[in-house]
Design a protein around this ligand. Sequence first.
Ligand SMILES: [Zn+2]
Length: 296
Amino acid sequence: MSSGFRLTLLICALLSWSAPAVGFAQGGSQALTLTPAFVEAGSPELIRVEAPPSAQLEGEWLGRKLQFFRSRDGRAWFALAGVDVEAPVGPSDLKVSVRLAGGEVRELSRTVEIHPAHYRTEALNVPPKFVQPGPEALKEIEAQRLLKARVFGASAPQPEWTGNFRAPVAAQPTDSFGVRRMFNGKLASIHTGMDFRAHMGTVVRAANSGTVVLARPLYYEGNCVIIDHGLGLFTLSMHFSRIDVKEGQHVVQGQPLGLSGATGRVTGPHLHWAVRWQGANLDPAKLLRLNLGQAR
Ligand SMILES: [Zn+2]
């Protein structure tokens, strides 16, 4: 074999190894994009992957499994994910692998820098039973913790939402997500939702379509409604004066869930609205700003 022929073989081998598959043009970083591109602790992220419809996608980020679905126009794959408010800042590995119809597997992994979000600290006063619950209350809280773990442990295998999420009430939102709260000068906790200044009895609506997976009174949350939007994404509404939906009921975007109130651990009437994805607490204000129309 001449050296010239061997060189040609080598070049062909390299070309076939790096040549893009049909319908999977650019490869590399262009095939995997995040919106918003500037990633902060607490931020929801829409992950877009260019891959053919026949491909199978798997992914993992910050110890959570990414579940992809095809976009409405069929041109790309998406996963709606996010970074927990308490996630460590710095570089993180976002791993995505694409198995093409022919069996070839492509790794589209990249390093994503997580930037700190700067949240305030505030002091609040609530009735003592919410800071130092008695033995009966502790039993109730523990049973409800298990109930919530069960609720969050199962989610629809397809996205049930369509288009952008909309604010659940016609009331002034507050910049309250991520705030470190001191209750009665003792207990510190991170506020993992967004409070709306909703007067007693304001209609609270489904921010997007999904299934009601919890609709009942809880110790801290008061009258609480949790909606499963599929693929591990949930929205939670708390402190209702009245609940108008039932567990297991399918709801569409804008459908009334109940009336706002002041039940549970509160200092007054308001709506506490929260977003969770696979146990990560995400900033609801950022979810409301996310343009999801390109995905579904
Ligand atoms: Zn709140």
